[in-house]
Write a protein of this length. Sequence first.
Length: 634
Amino acid sequence: MRSLHRLSLSLPTLLIILLLLSPAGLSSPDPSTTPDPVTPAASGPLHCLDPALKASEVRAEALEPLLLEPLREANVGWFLVGGHADGGGGLPWARPLLPGRGRLRDAGGGALWVDAAVVGDSGLYAAVGRGGQQQVVECFNVTVFLRTPGSCVIPELLLTGRVAFISQSHSIQCTALLQQLAPQGLLSITWLKDCEPYEGGQVVGNNLLIPRVMAGDEGNFSCVADFRRFNRTWRVSRTRHIRVVIPTNEKPPTVLIPSKNATMEAEIGQRLHVPCLAFFGYEASLMPLMYWLVDDKFVEDVYNASDVWEQQARVVNESYGERYVERPLELTSVTARHVGREFTCIAMNAFGFGRSSMFIVRKEPPAPSHTAAVAGSLMGCVALLLLLAGLLYARRIDLLLFYRDHHHHLHSSNNNTADGKEYDAYVSFCTESPSPGEEEFALKTLPQVLEGEFGYRLCLLDRDILPGGAMVEEIIGAIDRSRRVIVVLSPAYAASARCGGASRCELEAGLHAMLASGDTRLVLLQFLPLGHGGRGRGRGRGSSSSAAGPALRRALAVLPVIRWRPSDADTAPSGAFWKRLRYAMPPRPPRPPPARRPERRPERRPERRPERRRSEEERRRRPMGADAEEGSSS
């Protein structure tokens, strides 16, 4: 029942919509009333199909009454005409319209009244005299428009062309059509502005009076009127656009650009654009006129149109009827014939003209400037400095190591001659269940490079601390005698339960020594990423420390980490890894010069006595027999 009730309520609305959209209005030909062959007697209304015969344009809004009123004769008959006079696109036809049937009424004086016009009522209507010749009195071209949902204005029915002056009073009249529809007067009139009730004026008769026009009064004003006719109340509306302008200007225009006797520099052969901008006040029939003169002659009388020409005038800005209009002059190529001539821009209106002249002067070639060279040199210096700064930053560790190695006397407070330290670094790693390769790296690779190549002295638990003593005291003592504590990080080292208590003790002792005295510092070497079990690479300082203990997490949070990458060139002693490690280590103590071995002097043989030399010489000189005799006698 509820749904049927809704249907019954919406049925009138549906009927109205179908009536508006139905093409079967008065314009649809009725085969029963339209003669099949067009007889001469019916040829009178067909004269309205002649293009040379101008029909009166009648526009109406759907659901409003339509009134067709001939002006020349009252005794007429009405026909609805269709088709084409030449027969193309359909044979011409004419259907008589009988007032008193359907929605047609006789409005008196030969006028035809149509109740609640619909879109289908659009068409060509002919008022034909009732004489024997059926001469056409007047033709009406009727167009019925349907209002768009959500809009209160039909653009095709909007009346334009009315202006109101600021700070003056203005009266808006209801259209003359309302007086034709309601000859006995109107019942009521309501004024709307932009579809909203307007309360800024006074209703005087059928007119709206605005005492003082303001800028905000510009818009669409609608007159909605109620009247009675044929014992029935009707409502019609018409909308007019009101344009607010400044009062009519009675002064000549002003040329703003170019300024008076201005000059414009141009090089020979250059294309030149010469602007001209003028201000025009409001005029009811404004026809702005602008043109150029060359030495008080028209441009086309001096130059060819292909060399110098004027562009079309164009409105660049408009506000309240005041306009800024430009008309520039174009020069294809500046020549000597253009230099020094007087170019004048003229602007005219009904009250006079304004003018302003300019001259084209030759632009001399610019003198050679050293600005570009100086700027280029400065940019080159800046680029060189930036490059040098980048190289210094990239090689900062190498430079610092070079400076430290060659100026070790400045860092004497850090070497073993002044601080009483015995070791340069204590090496801490996971001694129980180490990660793959960790023990070899700590016990072989580090000592081989740091001690063998760079001359540091390391303290290794298994090598430099004698067994049998108190392990904790020995570790703390060794760390106190070391300048650095190198912690080899690995997944095994992070898992304290797996690594054992020695590594945890070494880490805590190193942190305590660093915080207590500052003489000992921690150096964190990441041999393997902590969070990947020895596989893959860590990214960042804290991303792989979730498995570490609290002491290691504190160290990772504040201390830098040096990462070991065996796939890189870091395995070489000159690689980036060893440079970063040397930078974290204390300055290397100067090596004592090699001991000079004492020179070995040749041994001197004792000199023989002279008597013995002489006796030998005498013996050589003696004959062989004398020696024999001497021996026998003896």
